[in-house]
Design a protein around this ligand. Sequence first.
Ligand code: MSP
Length: 503
Amino acid sequence: MPKYYLTTPIYYVNDVPHIGHFYTTVAADVLARYRRRRGDEVMFLTGTDENSQKNVEAAAKNGYAEIQPYLDMMSGRWRETWTALDISFDDFIRTTEDRHKKAVEKFWRAVEAKGDIYQGDYEGLYCAGCEAFVLESELVDGKCAIHKKEPNRLKEKNWFFRLSGYREKLLAHIDAHPEFIQPVGRRNEVRSYVDKFMSDVSISRESMKWGIPVPGDAKSVIYVWFDALINYLSGVGYGTDDAAFAKWWPADLHLVGKDIIKFHCALWPAMLLSAGLPLPRTVFAHGFFTVNGDKMSKSLGNVVDPKGVCATYGIDPVRYFLLREIGFGSDGDFSLARLAERYAGDLGNDLGNLLHRTLSMTEKYFAGKVPAPATGDTAAVWTAYEAAMDGLDFAAALDAAWGLMRDSNRLVDTEKPWVLAKTDTVRLANVMYTLLERLRQLSWLLEPFLPHIAPKIREQLGCAAAEQGKTWEQAKIWGGLPEGGTISKGEPLFPRLEEPKKA
Ligand code: MSP
């Protein structure tokens, strides 16, 4: 069985998940479900990044005298949110876990043994929001351009990682492996950073008390990014379970937002090269989105809670919307008006209605039984869908499915089964079989995106049990819906939403 190991970033626990975090996590979940259906053994890892100064500050602000209980409570809330939203993660890593600390220690020692860690003085401007040193030239009006806060001046004895020693190797890797950094715009951005700006980084903090102690220097803690990136190793057994590690590493895919691409495509691969470990196959950076045109922020009060929006629209419609509306890799906007439109249009009209009218006509003209198979060919749809999914072009994969759906709705309009019922029952049977069989196939194509709706489609088509045991390759074969099967029309898939009450 081929294996597929994919990750999300591990999230800071200074706040609860918002729709932007859900976006990354849903994309990973869609891929995990898709790869499992394609027959891969999948490891889908997510988790929480707990050794950040932000978390320490949040603990204090929330009245916690001790940090760990706050982290436990918050990490629990992240995990529960993903569970409630049916994210099919296989493991959840926390950077305060023992397995992680062991891995970090082993990793540090390996890099040290390579001669890539040295001691030096550091003086610089540190932005706690970025958890990174920033350059004077990057500031806008003396403030961090992203976090709009003045950075602190830090001066301390630090351990440094010889990042600059990996410039040539990294450039060679980026050039030889076009799949390593995606999409291509990001590859160019990272390449020029590695080529022109990348310098050694400080990987310890003397002034901070919370974090993983530097092996051999208990006064200092390890820089949070150096620690956090290692989650991708500790999550699959590095330092604790050699067999698991050998099985899963290297990762097939790290999914990240564009804000953290440099950490993942410059620092991380250099760390791995230093430790003598293979590099992940692909790092894919998606874009950022605004909410109704505005940057999402607490001060604007427009932070979207994924649980809330899923309670109104359903989990599947929100998943669909996020991956259809915003091209994966591009920036976009999350607008509730657009969500409502796509809910009623793409989902209600195109999909819901196609199923509903197909089943109604099967009841009416064939007493609810699937008629004899007609010939048909959907191979091109599957090919386009698979190519899109393999390239993480979710919108194009959905387009392929919607093409088949819209063509099917057109087929009803042009063939007019209600006329054929009086004039040509053979043709009527062919049309109805075509529609039913296409819906069966669509249930497969839609399942990674609509994991709750797809099984309902199969139940209504009366083929849930038969489809359950099929492989992806078997599911593709035209004619999988057996003649004589009994359909059972159910509740509408996408009920009309109540108009929001006017105050
Ligand atoms: N803890 C680090 C990651 C360490 S990985 C070794 C971190 N955490 S975070 O909680 O800030 O999450 C950042 C991720 O959330 C982004 O990379 C992105 O995937 C996602 N997003 C946060 N806001 C977003 C939007 N407005 N739009 C899209 N994605 C967003 O950084």
